[in-house]
Design a protein around this ligand. Structure first.
Ligand code: ATP
Length: 328
């Protein structure tokens, strides 16, 4: 009922009468009043005027299942239409995988207010303090071969970068393949995991961690990590960002399915790539080496020109890329 009341208040321009809320939801005036009181306690600024009804004046950075559901209703076909919110959990990737094993539909989203065991690639950790950042994982059930799944990381990176750019007006860039940076520091990490047979995907989970309103990091990552708040001094509404990311991801995922690869978003992705045209150091399976980054190919590999003039496609699974003087 809270979700519905929030949705009705959001959608109406002016006041919504208590009578209308009661009629549309088939509940008593007292029940409506109790929900309004809860909303106020959670931080929503709801104005109540006699003979006119209720009106939302301001929605702060509240994260809850009702907030997310009321905001995403009707905005996408499948991405995030089923949402599970955890005020605290170990890792949203673990929750999304669990939901996948229980049969949750394509597009199901697990969101947490805090993670106690946030994860990055190759067993690394993701700092996930409470109440200020986005930790979310989407469950996908693609019908293509498992070999194509790593490309979904780039589809998500592009979607997150575009959505954040539109919402904030900041110069958001992608650091190949799975990081998003602002002013040369890491703002977002993405972790894709898959459960599959040799030729069949059971499900894919893409986890996204976004540093939104946090104001400090551990000493270990303070030089490379940043948040919107640190860069802009502003507090952002996390739920609005989540919905915008879902809208972009759904559109780009469909484009990816139609093309069968990244050709539909390649040019736009390369336009946001911070590494493009820069010297990078490739750290990974082989000896580290330096090369000029040229952009991604249709499969999402990074094309680089080595110092002897030869070109090579670097596969993301094996390596990390660094700028020659620092993180980017
Ligand atoms: P690289 O940055 O070397 O390319 P990666 O892409 O393999 O690393 P991820 O899996 O994206 O790494 O993220 C994990 C790494 O990010 C950690 O090892 C740590 O250095 C850094 N990190 C951890 N928490 C955060 C955070 N909240 N914000 C920014 N960086 C973080």
């Amino acid at each position: 009922m809270k979700t519905e009341i929030l949705r009705l208040l959001r959608e109406s321009e002016g006041y919504v009468s208590g009578q209308r809320l009661c009629e549309e939801l088939g509940v008593s005036r007292t029940a409506v009043w109790k929900v309004i009181r809860q909303l106020k306690e959670e931080g929503y600024h709801v104005e109540a005027v006699q003979n006119r009804g209720y009106r939302i004046v301001d929605i702060p950075d509240v994260m809850s299942e009702e907030e997310l559901k009321s905001l995403i209703a009707g905005k996408t076909q499948w991405a995030g239409q089923e949402i599970h919110y955890f005020s605290e959990t170990d890792s949203t990737n673990i929750r999304a995988k669990e939901l996948g094993e229980k049969g949750a539909p394509h597009g199901t989203l697990a969101v947490a207010g805090q993670q106690s065991a946030g994860r990055g690639r190759r067993g690394r950790g993701w700092e996930s303090p409470p109440g200020c950042s986005i930790y979310m994982s989407i469950l996908l059930r693609p019908r293509f071969f498992p070999s194509k799944a790593p490309m979904l990381t780039l589809v998500m990176a592009y979607s997150v970068a575009k959505a954040l750019q539109e919402c904030t007006g900041q110069e958001i860039r992608i650091k190949w393949p799975n990081d998003i940076v602002l002013n040369g520091k890491k703002l977002v990490g993405i972790l894709t995991e898959m459960s599959s047979e040799i030729d069949y995907i059971n499900h894919v989970v893409i986890g996204v961690g976004i540093n939104v309103n946090m104001d400090s990091f551990s000493e270990e990552i303070a030089k490379t990590a940043t948040s919107f708040r640190i860069e802009t001094g502003q507090i952002m509404k996390r739920s609005t960002l989540i919905v915008e990311i879902m809208k972009h991801f759904e559109r780009n995922y469909e484009a990816f399915l139609r093309a069968g690869d990244l050709s539909g978003i390649r040019t736009a992705y390369n336009g946001l790539l911070v590494n493009c045209g820069r010297e990078v150091r490739i750290l990974g399976a082989k000896e580290p080496y330096q090369a000029l980054a040229l952009g991604i190919n249709d499969s999402g590999e990074l094309l680089v020109r080595k110092q002897d003039g030869s070109e090579e496609a670097v596969y993301a699974g094996e390596v990390s890329v660094r700028g020659i003087y620092g993180y980017v």
